[in-house]
Write a protein that binds this ligand. Structure first.
Ligand SMILES: [Zn+2]
Ligand SMILES: [Zn+2]
Length: 257
């Protein structure tokens, strides 16, 4: 693993470690590229405050810290400034306006909820409703088609508990869409570490059949997790088992076009 674009910091309120600790751990593991993608602040109406992401006020400090470290460690590692972003259609323009004030280099798509986190359903809640699965997949595809996302993090986060036969068609459309657009899908190491209900084998079976590009992302919420040899082996095993096309670096897409 030479690059990881999926890194959090203490600023999102559910991860530990400073930016510097993540950088030092990445260098220790021999990574050439480290991207920060903390959970984006979301400028919701009525100042709704989310407990699972940076607050609007955290953004200045996040950006300045990452850019300073990028300069300081220039000789040792290539650092990039990104955000992990949900595509919430009703609020996305506001988000672009907010984030566009900063030199953010890339967005990772992470569709944690359907439509939004105030009224929409949590993607990982677990449901037998194929209608919700459809809406999740539609949300993801609409997001990818905006051209603003560098890759899709844990695309298999939707926890469908119904008939597995119903899982196939919408996820196959999602995979075909990513393939057509040339956008990699992420095998998520946080999930592989046993902390989540993904990676879901059925999803990666489909991704393999559809010839999708895949990328590894540590989704580190702790500096120790930036680089994990054991998890890497598991991910490589998945790549072999499902015949996935692994890319080791991502082409960063300008979120502001
Ligand atoms: Zn997180
Ligand atoms: Zn993440």
């Amino acid at each position: 693993m030479i690059a990881n674009y999926h890194t959090h910091t203490y600023r999102c309120h559910h991860a530990g470690g400073t930016e510097r600790e993540y950088v030092e751990r990445a260098i220790e593991g021999g990574l050439r590229i480290l991207g920060f993608s903390d959970h984006t602040p979301y400028p919701y109406p009525n100042r709704f405050t989310s407990g699972i992401r940076m607050s609007l006020e955290d953004m200045d400090g996040y950006v300045k810290t990452v850019l300073d470290l990028r300069d300081e460690y220039r000789e040792d590692i290539e650092i990039h400034l990104g955000l992990e972003v949900e595509y919430y259609p009703r609020h996305f323009e506001n988000l672009l306006r907010f984030a566009g004030e900063y030199p953010v280099e890339y967005f990772l798509l992470a569709q944690h909820c359907i439509e939004d986190e105030m009224e929409g359903a949590y993607s990982g809640a677990g449901t037998e409703d194929p209608g919700l699965l459809e809406r999740y997949c539609e949300n993801v595809m609409e997001a990818l088609r905006t051209g603003r996302f560098t890759y899709a993090a844990h695309p298999d986060i939707f926890r469908f508990l119904g008939d597995p036969a119903l899982y196939d068609a919408p996820n196959r459309r999602l995979c075909r869409c990513a393939k057509e657009l040339g956008i990699p899908l992420e095998i998520n190491f946080l999930g592989l570490m046993g902390k989540k209900h993904y990676p879901r084998e059925q999803f990666w079976q489909i991704a393999g059949e559809e010839g999708c590009d895949v990328i590894f992302g540590s989704d580190a919420h702790d500096p120790a997790d930036v680089w994990q040899p054991e998890t890497l082996k598991q991910a490589q095993e998945m790549v072999r088992r499902f015949g996935l096309r692994l890319v080791d670096t991502a082409e960063l897409k300008d979120p502001f076009l």
